[in-house]
Write a protein that binds this ligand. Structure first.
Ligand code: ATP
Ligand code: MG
Ligand code: FE
Length: 352
């Protein structure tokens, strides 16, 4: 089974080919290509939806050709075309969905509309050391921060989530306040390596709330207050403030992840989404795992942020789990997208 996957939910065009066998072996990535629009949007300080859609149109077919070449297969050999159905920007999603359905219709092959967060969540299955079900998933991306109990493919139970900003958003907004551009998460993390986290006492919102929810909006305000207080001194103290911000976000993520493991009695944690690339988060989770005899799995670094591989992979794993709709014939060529789509409602049917 060869699956072509197309991701276009936001500001990255990702395409990949994955091969899966009917069995339990994790699918294999045969080729992938990615175009990031970050530079294009930087001038505006955030993603401009219309520009994103137009750029996806420009990139998706050349990327597809390059991926097929890498994978050493032709379009005719593809058995299923997967695309991100949601959540994301409506116009951007429509480009990937339209192209995927067009290709599939021309080939007479099935399509599958994949949930973007299911893609993130399953991405560690492309790592050499793939996880086993069940596990707790910490999904930390630009738009989401959730803890889930995962029993198997498609069986996701929400344990807690952010009540305001996502962890990635907290990184990006704090980075912006420190003058680090957009999206500033990775830049803030780099700067933090040169700073002293203990130099500033920033709040750890909801750390002791007793539930598994998160809140990051107050942290951003605390960073803003500190930055204003520092005034002209900010420039010289930026690394310290970056380190303190990162430490606050990471501490909450680690503590709540450990609490989720304790609450569920599970001993395996899977981290996914862009913030999963953060080195401090990985170090602290690994240290806790070592201390407590737990296992932590991550996606490969280049698969933490948006990519086509995770979309092809999610489709492959759905196929392996017997979850392809309508007798594995796919969903026809209905390319309705779902810009808002909670993961817990993953298996509710799409209405065109
Ligand atoms: P969603 O998946 O929720 O729709 P998204 O697709 O925009 O959102 P991702 O691509 O998974 O999110 O991740 C992007 C986020 O990850 C950004 O907020 C970015 O700042 C953050 N990020 C990436 N690398 C790092 C890092 N090393 N440290 C901290 N944050 C990071
Ligand atoms: Mg992105
Ligand atoms: Fe994402």
């Amino acid at each position: 089974m060869l699956i072509l996957g197309i991701e276009s939910s936001c500001d990255e065009t990702g395409v990949a080919v994955v091969q899966a066998d009917a069995g339990a072996a994790p699918p294999r990535l045969l080729g992938q290509a990615l175009h990031s629009q970050v530079q294009m949007h930087q001038a505006y300080g955030g993603v401009v939806p219309e520009l994103a859609s137009r750029d996806h149109i420009r990139r998706v077919l050349p990327l597809t050709q390059s991926v097929l070449q890498q994978a050493g297969c032709t379009l005719e050999q593809i058995d299923c075309v997967a695309f991100t159905r949601g959540p994301g920007l409506a116009g951007a999603l429509l480009v990937g969905a339209g192209v995927a359905c067009g290709i599939a219709a021309a080939l007479g092959k099935p399509t599958l509309g994949v949930h973007h967060l299911e893609g993130h969540l399953l991405s560690p299955f492309l790592s050499a050391d793939a996880p086993e079900f069940p596990f707790v998933a910490l999904l930390v991306s630009g738009g989401h921060t959730q803890l889930m109990r995962v029993e198997g493919v498609g069986r996701y139970h929400l344990l807690g989530e952010t009540i305001d900003d996502a962890a990635g958003e907290a990184f990006d907004k704090s980075a912006k306040l420190l003058g680090l551009g957009y999206p500033g998460g990775p830049a803030l993390a780099r700067l933090a390596e040169q700073g002293q986290a203990s130099a500033f006492a920033l709040p750890r919102p909801l750390l002791h709330s007793g539930d598994l929810d998160f809140s990051f909006a107050g942290l951003k305000t605390a960073v803003l207050t500190q930055a204003r207080k520092l005034g002209p001194e900010l420039q010289a103290r930026r690394a310290d403030l970056a380190a303190a911000t990162e430490a606050a976000i990471v501490e909450v993520l680690v503590k709540k992840s450990l609490a989720a493991l304790q609450q569920t009695g599970l001993r395996r944690l899977v981290v996914a989404g862009g913030v999963g690339a953060n080195r401090r988060l990985r170090q602290q989770l690994d240290a806790a795992a070592e201390r407590l005899g737990l296992r932590v799995h991550y996606p490969e670094l280049h698969l933490c942020t948006d990519n086509g591989a995770m979309i092809a992979l999610a489709a492959a794993m759905r196929w392996q789990a017997g979850l392809l709709p309508a007798g594995a014939s796919g969903e026809g060529y209905n390319f309705a997208v779902r810009p808002r789509w909670p993961l817990a409602q993953i298996d509710t049917p799409t209405t065109a």
